[in-house]
Design a protein around this ligand. Structure first.
Ligand code: GLN
Length: 256
């Protein structure tokens, strides 16, 4: 009797294990999508004051893409100039960082279809009346973020001395402190900064948009599969209205 009871118990236990195991299998573990970014680029990627959470247009887009791909999005923060090396080293799967698609970068990474139109603009101190646009930056001291298209453009200006910072925050601070006469950065970011009062009345934008750029999500050069999946998911988000919803959150109604 005792033996039979023990045998029954063992059976029940084994069955439990089996069923438990099945249950575990049914709940397929979501794969992780490691998304690299540089979070001093509001409204695309930033941390709200006092919060550690990464927020912004790119972050919403990355999370929506993750949902579409049934992957768990994990945001990895790093310097902008570290993103492409991190992709190549396999430390991140995607870079979502307001990264402009350039022929030079396209040699070392694979870009998704463009997802946002942008361009560069010049920011100076409010009391500066001499600099009216990029054409007035010859021989001037300019602050930029390292590794960006703003940095590349500034380096083309004759006689200019370009001071490179790890973050956009530091570049803007240098303008505030009078260490430089101008900052070259992406228009939507400068506009948002000024609109949010980040310039605390010391800064203004001048001149026309300097370049025509498009942002793309970047993956490792040979990761054709992920690039294709991302493009498909991106197209779906554009079709189902999710992209427009995210756009509206950060920029208002889209001009089409
Ligand atoms: N769009 C610019 C670039 O790709 C700046 C990006 C950024 O600072 N996050 O270089």
């Amino acid at each position: 009797m005792k033996k039979r009871f023990l045998a029954m118990l063992t059976l029940i236990f084994a069955l439990g294990l089996l069923l438990g195991g099945c249950g575990g299998e049914k709940k397929v573990e979501q794969k992780v999508l490691r998304v690299g970014t540089e979070p001093t680029f509001a409204p695309f990627e930033f941390q709200k004051e006092g919060s550690k959470e990464y927020t912004g247009f790119d972050m919403d887009l990355a999370r929506a893409l993750g949902k579409q791909l049934n992957m768990k999005v994990e945001i990895v923060s790093m310097g902008f100039d570290g993103l492409i090396p991190a992709l190549n080293a396999g430390n991140i799967d995607v870079a979502a960082a307001g990264m402009t698609i350039t022929p030079e970068r396209a040699k070392s990474v694979k870009f998704s279809e463009p997802y946002y139109k942008s361009g560069l603009i010049v920011m100076v101190r409010k009391d500066n009346t001499a600099i009216k646009g990029i054409e007035d930056l010859k021989g001037k001291k300019i602050a930029v973020q390292i590794g960006t298209t703003g940095a590349m453009e500034a380096h083309k200006i004759a006689g200019a001395s370009v001071v490179e910072f790890n973050t956009n925050t530091e570049a803007a601070l240098e303008l505030k402190n009078g260490g430089v006469e101008a900052v070259v950065n992406d228009l939507p970011v400068v506009a948002y900064f000024l609109q949010q009062g980040g310039g605390k009345d010391y800064a203004k934008m001048v001149g026309k948009v300097v370049t025509a750029e498009e942002y793309g999500l970047a993956v490792k050069k040979d990761n054709e599969k992920l690039a294709a999946d991302i493009n498909k998911a991106l197209a779906e988000l554009k079709k189902n209205g999710e992209y427009d919803k995210i756009y509206k959150t950060w920029f208002g109604e889209q001009v089409k």
